[in-house]
Design a protein around this ligand. Structure first.
Ligand SMILES: NC(=O)c1ccc[n+]([C@@H]2O[C@H](COP(=O)([O-])OP(=O)(O)OC[C@H]3O[C@@H](n4cnc5c(N)ncnc54)[C@H](O)[C@@H]3O)[C@@H](O)[C@H]2O)c1
Length: 439
């Protein structure tokens, strides 16, 4: 099948590449010339495990190409995916500017039947808006399909290749046949393709992200309560996770959720509810709890070192909003680093993949370290913000030698408090018992 994917960000690039991998001819379109030039030269602009190799192979085998020429891609494609960004506007509503611009452009150049697919996360009613807009521009036949994406950055290829489910919202049988053919290779193990109307498909994506965000905020509140009543949230997490009605996923407390999806999608649901005369107090609380949780680590630093942090230096391990990505959009690390800088501290940061991103955000206000241990040199304490695997079994004696004081604020509960006591650290986890070094 011939298809184009407009927007070569995390979603578009992964989706386009995976569709090529299953044998389709895919043109990936972006309006950022430098990005397309880089991709043509084999440089992948984002870090996503396994993606670069998959792109190389599919480009070499002639199934995947990159272009800025949307018109050319649309003329050559039966299916046109829209995978551009839908950021939060000032009022929390999803900004559909890019989605609608691409839809109009597709309509302007299409020369026969096209399936126009929204892969971007878009509010309920967007497919209908696209239908109306496209109809204004063209007399050609078309269908609008809602096909929200559930991939996780850091495991996006795996998620796309073996999705838990594929959601397809469509009003027409012809478009459904095309979509089924496209997705059949990805659901061979029996996971379902769920067919529904467009509005339900659009709502499904927001409901999924809103529920996951709710679980995180809930566990963060439980963790904060555990600290007060001297319970251990790690026991509590296991204790509830084995309940099959609850399950183990998304029960890890931490420094709050971030990334390009949860914050904006929670806001978008709140906004959609408001537009329809409904408050959504639960999600308002989820957001408030999350904002407070992003400040928790620095509050713990202040409780230990005082509010005036001038003359102090802190090391940060982990800047990306989660491991296995370089994405720092809405990352809790931003709140942590800015909180320390605002109190006059010096900050030394390390992240396995996000240092380039970080340079664009912090400039020369922090020191950057490629090697995690180097960030510790002379620091008053270490703050762990992202749970990269390589931080799980570090060389504790070496860390102790490098730090000015053996203090760790662990925003991801990577270590056992008892083990940290044995190593002689003062250790502040989230929702678990803090331990103090004897020294
Ligand atoms: N990142 C994720 O993990 C994820 C997961 C599921 C769904 N989504 C949703 O998918 C959508 C895309 O997210 P993303 O993270 O890939 O965004 P992104 O910002 O990484 O990528 C968007 C791309 O679209 C391009 N673009 C913007 N306007 C364009 C235009 N008019 N023509 C051509 N290209 C244009 C941008 O240059 C950019 O490369 C969003 O709606 C998001 O909510 C994201």
């Amino acid at each position: 099948m011939k298809l184009c994917v407009v927007g070569t960000g995390y979603v578009g690039l992964v989706a386009g590449t995976c569709f090529a991998e299953s044998g389709n001819d895919v043109m990936c379109v972006d309006n950022v010339v430098a990005k397309v030039d880089a991709l043509r030269q084999g440089v992948v602009p984002i870090y996503e495990p396994g993606l670069a190799e998959l792109i190389r192979r599919n480009v070499a085998e002639g199934r995947l190409s990159f272009t800025t020429d949307l018109a050319d891609a649309v003329v050559k494609s039966l299916v046109c995916f829209i995978a551009v960004g839908t950021p939060s506007g000032d009022d929390g509503a999803a900004d559909l500017g890019a989605v609608m611009a691409v839809a109009r452009e597709i309509a302007r150049v299409m020369d026969g039947y096209r399936v126009i697919v929204t892969k971007s996360t878009v509010p309920v009613g967007t497919s209908e808006r696209i239908r109306t807009e496209v109809r204004k521009v063209t007399k050609q036949p078309f269908d609008v399909v809602s096909n929200p994406e559930f991939m996780k950055e850091g495991a996006a290829i795996e998620d796309f290749m073996k999705p838990d489910r594929v959601v397809i919202g469509a009003a027409d049988g012809r478009a459904l046949d095309v979509m089924r053919e496209l997705y059949d290779p990805f659901v061979r193990t029996g996971n379902p393709i769920l067919i529904m109307d467009n509005a339900s498909a659009e709502m499904t994506k927001y409901a999924a992200n809103a529920l996951l965000a709710t679980r995180i905020s809930f566990m963060n509140e439980i963790a904060n309560l555990c600290e007060r009543v001297r319970a251990d949230v790690d026991h509590v997490r296991r204790g509830i996770g084995y309940d099959r009605r609850i399950g183990h996923h998304f029960l890890f407390p931490g420094v709050g959720y971030g990334g390009s999806c949860f914050p904006k999608d929670v806001q978008a649901v709140i906004h959609t509810a408001r537009e329809h005369g409904m408050e959504f107090p639960l999600l308002n609380a989820v957001e408030d709890v999350n904002e407070a949780q992003k400040r928790r680590l620095v509050e713990k630093v202040v409780a230990e070192f005082g509010a005036d942090l001038r003359g102090r230096r802190f090391a940060i391990w982990g800047l990306a909003f989660k491991p296995r990505t370089d994405d720092m959009r809405e990352a809790p690390s931003l709140t942590v680093v800015e909180g320390l800088l605002a109190r006059g501290a010096a900050v030394a940061v390390h992240d396995p993949e996000a240092l380039n991103e970080a340079r664009g955000l912090f400039g020369d206000r922090v020191a950057y370290h490629r090697v995690n241990y180097e960030a510790l040199d002379g620091a008053d304490a270490l703050l762990i913000v992202t749970e990269w695997n390589e931080f799980r079994r570090p060389d504790f004696p070496r860390m102790k030698r490098l730090l000015r004081r053996p203090v760790i604020f662990d925003g991801r509960n990577l270590y056992e408090p008892d083990v940290m006591r044995e190593h002689g650290f003062t250790y502040f986890p989230i929702g678990r018992h803090a331990v103090r070094s004897a020294a």
